[in-house]
Design a protein around this ligand. Structure first.
Ligand SMILES: *Cc1c(COP(=O)(O)O)cnc(C)c1O
Length: 416
């Protein structure tokens, strides 16, 4: 395998007959049959190939969203496709009433990579955090009955289910859903977070780099202080690597780069390359407070998801692959720093400030053939597939230059 040369890209170029046939289905324009919470879409995607997405009109886009840091191996990666096809022909689902051999192989790999003891599979990031919070409360209340407090950081995002939302201190996300889970604290500053930790604290949940919060790295010195203070109070450190995990930051997990030792680690996005799957990884002593019947899920750890995770981990855990992520990450960082301010992140997870409204910037990028996400009023995130090549970064840079040359952008007229 070469580094920045192009060997990690999807080699397949052709479109199979089945896909072509499906492309000819007419698109229904009216979205009124759907809930309105995702708004009205400008684009509808029908096909992907490596770092490229194709819409229903046949236009091609350089995908720097990767399904929100999910499709790390790009679209239609042969190893993933092969795993899905093979497993679909064998066994898709049997529930956790029965053992699923691949769960053991995947769990072994995740425990080896993380240094933690046990794994429980689920289906999404929010669900992984939900389970982690339940685990922390159960662990805490065995120490003392009122050890139930769950602490989160300013700017955190942990998901949309009630538990995960209770530790996501964003008024816009919580509006209309109160009251949330009792005994959750989201202090306004990092210093206040340290102050909040006491004998009643069950756990603190953190992202090493806050993704939805604007690709905001949490200072490593704070994370170490946090870990020490939590230990002092027999409280757990939950590291939410739903977005940063599985190679995104250039190591298997971002906590390794901060030399942390989480008690609980949560994973999802990059784990299944688009097939829904999540995982809670925990120290054995912590995991063991869940006994038969404590927690569960029908679909979690199903054979189809496990076959895909096995395929993904095989590729991503290669030292050469992670090195490629770090190298391309530096190439992308340089391209961003030449053009934008406040460029932060690591590996292939970057945030940057744009001179106009971020949503408008993303729209202009779309028009110029490149997909990005807005993560703040003037903040944009780039999380391309990890199989990215140097030529794709060049292409991205050209797209950014076209946007930056537009009169409404060059004259930084601030839009409301
Ligand atoms: C996306 C995300 C979640 C939620 O994951 P879902 O699969 O959307 O439920 C939780 N935590 C972090 C850090 C995330 O980025």
């Amino acid at each position: 395998m070469q580094s920045a040369g192009g060997s990690f890209r999807n080699a397949s170029e052709g479109t199979c007959a089945f896909v072509t046939e499906r492309l000819e289905q007419p698109t229904i324009e009216n979205e009124d049959v759907l809930f309105k919470n995702y708004g009205t879409h400008r684009l509808s995607m029908v096909r992907g190939d490596g770092v490229w997405l194709y819409d229903d009109k046949g236009s091609r886009y350089l995908d720097f969203t990767a399904g929100i840091a999910v499709c790390s191996l790009g679209h239609a990666h042969p190893a993933v496709t092969e795993a899905i096809v093979r497993q679909a022909q064998t066994l898709i689902h049997c529930s956790n009433l029965y053992g699923v051999p691949a769960q053991l192989r995947v769990a072994k790999k995740l425990t080896e990579e993380s240094g933690l003891g046990r794994v429980l599979f689920c289906n999404s990031g929010a669900e992984a955090n939900e389970g982690a919070l339940k685990l922390a409360r159960r662990y805490g209340t065995r120490i003392r009955a009122d050890k139930t407090k769950l602490i989160s950081l300013p700017g955190a995002f942990h998901g949309r289910t009630f538990g995960a939302l209770s530790v996501t201190p964003k008024p816009a996300y919580q509006a209309g859903f109160l009251p949330l889970l009792p005994d959750c604290a989201s202090p306004p500053s990092l210093a206040d977070v340290l102050q909040e930790i006491d004998a009643r604290t069950a756990a603190c949940i953190v992202e090493v780099i806050q993704g939805e919060g604007g690709v905001h790295p949490i200072p490593v010195s704070f994370l170490r202080d946090l870990q020490a203070k939590l230990r002092e109070h027999q409280a757990l450190l939950i590291v939410d690597e739903v977005q940063t995990g599985i190679g995104r930051t250039g190591e298997m997990f971002a906590f390794l780069q901060a030399s942390l030792q989480p008690d609980i680690l949560t994973l999802a996005k990059g784990l299944g390359n688009g097939v829904p799957v999540g995982a809670i990884v925990a120290r054995q002593e912590v995991a063991d407070v869940f006994d038969a019947g404590s927690h569960g899920t029908t679909f979690g750890g199903n054979p189809l998801a496990m076959a895909v995770v096995e395929a993904v981990l095989e590729v991503v855990s290669e030292p050469a692959f992670l090195k490629h992520v770090r190298e391309l990450g530096e190439v992308l960082r340089a391209a961003l720093e030449e053009r934008f301010t406040n460029v932060t992140g690591r590996g292939l997870m970057w945030g940057f400030d744009v001179p106009i409204d971020a949503k408008e910037f993303v729209r202009l990028a779309e028009e110029n053939g490149c997909l990005l996400t807005a993560v703040g009023p003037t903040r944009v995130r780039a999380v391309p597939p990890l199989i990215l090549d140097k030529q794709h970064v060049d292409e991205f840079a050209r797209c950014m230059d076209s946007i930056l040359a537009l009169p409404q952008v060059t004259v930084p007229a601030r839009r409301q």
